[in-house]
Design a protein around this ligand. Structure first.
Ligand code: AMP
Length: 299
């Protein structure tokens, strides 16, 4: 079962205290698509400019990612640059050049419209809604977001929430959205906005899943060294959805495993700049790390 992923397809310039890496393959959809590809075929929706390097198109293809829904437009590819502080958690955006994203209207090829498992990765909620409108009868729709949309596009985001099965956000976004400091209270309030499942990411401290079966706390894989956490959240949700799409059964029964797989793929993401380490991972390496996490939390 393939997954449909829409989001940003970008060039990222990333600065850490030790290194600077310009024009890496980035964007929420790129990270999520590579992560999902370890579990299921991926249909990608996005837009790039004529400057988008061929080697990145080849990278998508090596991961079996279907590019029929990737538009190549006149203009420049979306370019984001960010800088990390020494703790590697705090990040500030240095610049965001929208380029071809400014006039992007996602148009789904006919072959994508029967998608059942859908990830609306981080882009403007109006675009996420536009994609959702083109899908005939989705079975499981999950969306991610960022603080920017809470600040400038809250009405669209609230509309979107009513149509989601699952919503993924980080803890500071959950607090901002609900005006609630306590994460358990925040989860309750987000359910009232629509989604049956709410997943709050807490970076190196893992994530909390809330659904009809109650709460589940998933750890993050304890890494000795974080090289670049950019895109870890996108890898998390991409791998989670890829796992859900290829395994039979009720979402409730498989969501916990899916979330742990999400944490594991996110951990590979943090070990290299951009997608460098993630693209060198294999399903066997992912499964080994999954078992390590299982052993870590068994008591
Ligand atoms: P994360 O580390 O999970 O916040 O994701 C980082 C990715 O988000 C980078 O690859 C950026 O290209 C992408 N990104 C940054 N700002 C935006 C934005 N305004 N819209 C969509 N994607 C963005």
């Amino acid at each position: 079962m393939s997954v449909l992923i829409v989001g940003s397809t970008a060039l990222d310039s990333i600065k850490t205290p030790t290194r600077e890496n310009p024009r890496l393959l980035g964007g929420s959809a790129s990270y999520a698509a590579v992560a999902a590809s370890f579990f299921s075929p991926v249909n990608l929706v996005g837009v790039v400019g004529r400057d988008f390097p061929k080697k990145y198109l080849e990278l998508y293809r090596r991961h079996g990612i279907n590019l029929e829904g990737l538009q190549v437009s006149d203009g420049k590819t979306f370019h984001w640059s960010g800088e990390y502080e020494v703790n590697m958690n705090n990040r500030r955006t240095l610049s965001t050049e929208l380029g071809v994203f400014e006039r992007f209207t996602p148009h789904l090829p006919e072959s994508y419209r029967n998608a059942e498992f859908v990830l609306l990765a981080n882009i403007a909620p109006s675009l996420q809604l536009h994609v959702l409108d083109q899908i005939r009868s989705p079975k499981f729709v999950v969306a991610d977001t960022m603080d920017l949309w809470l600040n400038i596009a809250l009405p669209d985001l609230l509309k979107l929430l009513q149509r989601l099965d699952a919503f993924v956000l980080n803890d500071s976004e959950a607090r901002q959205l609900t005006d609630e400091q306590n994460v358990v209270q925040a989860l309750k309030k987000i359910h009232q906005l629509g989604p049956k499942y709410v997943i709050v990411k807490k970076g190196e401290h893992g994530s909390i899943v809330s659904g009809p079966d109650g709460l589940f706390v998933a750890p993050a894989f304890p890494l000795r060294k974080v090289v670049d956490p950019t895109g870890a959240g996108d890898c998390f949700v991409g791998a989670m959805l890829g796992y859900l799409a290829t395994h039979k059964g009720d979402i409730d029964k498989k969501l916990r495993k899916a979330v742990v797989y999400g944490s594991v793929v996110a951990s590979f993401c943090c070990e290299g700049f951009g997608l460098a380490r993630t693209t060198r991972a294999t399903r066997t390496m992912i499964d080994d790390r999954y078992r390590e996490v299982e052993a870590l939390v068994k008591f």
